[in-house]
Write a protein that binds this ligand. Structure first.
Ligand SMILES: *Cc1c(COP(=O)(O)O)cnc(C)c1O
Length: 413
């Protein structure tokens, strides 16, 4: 049987549940700080920029905490830029990724003045040049290059292979850089790649660095000098006992290969900053047995946490107190009308109705991917700091879920 999560930092799970109800996302402040500082430490006094990937967990308080620790931000929409500004983040440390930035996105970021656009296609660079010209500005640019390496992770979170939609093709990079270099309102700053997520092995990063440095040298030989190399994110976390990448090894490897090229290094970690800090607390509504199979139906569902359904992810699910109930092998399922609505399968747990379960490592790609499917309000989010608890997002009220809808009056006429 698994261990027991009775407290998050110094607050008891039962206190949290009594005060805020379930399902409830809980984040440990200390854990986020620790994760960010591990990156800072690995880089030490080398010139670098760590841009937290906002999409992993975009709560304003999470952004504000990281801003205070000195983080930059990797964003993928102007909505995320708005969040960063609202939370007190520094626009000068923002990089803007994404394959489908609209002209409105580009304009807003140009007006705000960000660190760099990570451009993902040739078409985008012309759009950006036009928008920058209209505003009388020069757009700082890096191209996301697809290094065509296999990150050996789940296909849905592998992004560095030739057939993925991300970035510009490796073999066309020099030609596209030259074309961009000739544009009047573009300023070439750097180069970036992001090969996938939940990487647990250094080898794909080594391959990517080799490939990218070769390209950097080729660009240099063509008179294009870059000032930064952005390695993207992707460092994995321990969901089920994976061997993890040692950040110091990763950083040492990069600098060793970099040699005396005068490039500063950027990274865009998301999951590895916030993943471990998060818990989704959920109450067992009832247990049932169908044809010898045991189910625990809980009040969290795929609309709250879609990772198991979407990526076939395995997530730790722990009891939050000792129980005298019989241990059974339970499928932990939500109330949503989809067979894919499960949070875990065949877990040895001792459960009764009313028990609280903790789904661990739920801080990244958890709440942010939640939806209102089945007209379910999104969970509340709280941040725990030692024995202090801060409500950082209120539970959605059901009436608010359809507040923007209109009822057509079919009787008239
Ligand atoms: C999602 C994403 C990241 C963050 O990835 P993690 O695996 O969460 O570290 C970084 N860069 C880009 C471009 C992304 O799309």
């Amino acid at each position: 049987m698994s261990s027991i999560t009775s407290h998050i930092e110094n607050v008891s799970v039962s206190d949290l549940v009594n005060r805020y109800g379930t399902p409830l996302y809980v984040y440990s402040k200390n854990n986020i700080e620790k994760a960010f500082k591990q990156y800072k430490q690995a880089f030490g006094d080398k010139k670098h920029l760590i841009c937290y990937a906002v999409k992993a967990n975009s709560n304003l308080s999470v952004i504000a905490l990281l801003a205070k620790l000195g983080a930059g931000f990797d964003i993928v929409s102007r909505g995320e830029l708005l969040r960063v500004l609202k939370a007190g983040g520094d626009a000068q440390k923002v990089i803007f990724s994404g394959v489908g930035k609209t002209r409105e996105d580009l304009r807003f970021a140009l007006e705000t003045g960000i660190h760099c656009f990570n451009v993902e296609s040739e078409a985008e660079i012309y759009m950006l040049n036009e928008e920058a010209e209209k505003l009388g500005k020069k757009a700082p640019v890096s191209f996301r290059v697809n290094p065509d390496v296999d990150a050996k992770t789940h296909p849905y979170i592998s992004t560095g292979l030739r057939e993925n939609k991300f970035g510009i093709p490796y073999d066309e990079a020099v030609r596209i850089y030259k074309a961009a270099n000739a544009l009047s309102h573009i300023e070439i700053k750097g180069i970036d790649c992001h090969i996938g997520s939940q990487l647990t092995d250094l080898a794909p990063y080594c391959d990517a660095v080799d490939r990218m440095l070769k390209l950097i040298d080729e660009l240099s030989a063509n008179g294009i000098q870059l000032s930064h190399f952005d390695m993207g994110g992707g460092v994995g976390i321990d969901y089920e006992g994976e061997e993890l990448i040692n950040l110091q090894d990763l950083v040492n490897m990069i600098y060793e290969k970099l040699g005396d090229r005068p490039l500063s290094i950027a990274m865009e970690p998301g999951r590895s900053i916030v993943g471990d800090s998060g818990y989704l607390l959920t109450e067992v509504i009832l247990t049932k047995e169908n044809e010898g199979k045991h189910f625990a139906v809980v009040d969290a569902a795929m609309n709250d946490l879609i990772r198991p359904a979407l990526y076939e992810s395995w997530m730790r699910i722990e009891q939050t107190k000792e129980s005298s109930a019989t241990v059974e092998s339970y499928d932990i399922v939500g109330p949503i009308c989809e067979t894919g609505d499960f949070l875990g399968k065949e877990r040895e747990l001792a459960l009764e109705a009313g028990d609280i379960l903790a789904i661990k490592q739920a801080g990244a790609y958890g709440f942010v991917m939640s939806s209102n499917y089945n007209t379910r309000g999104r969970a509340a989010e709280v941040l725990v700091d030692n024995d202090q608890v801060y409500l950082i997002r209120e539970r959605e009220r059901l009436e608010d879920l359809f507040a923007n809808e209109k009822v057509v009056s079919f009787d008239e006429k």
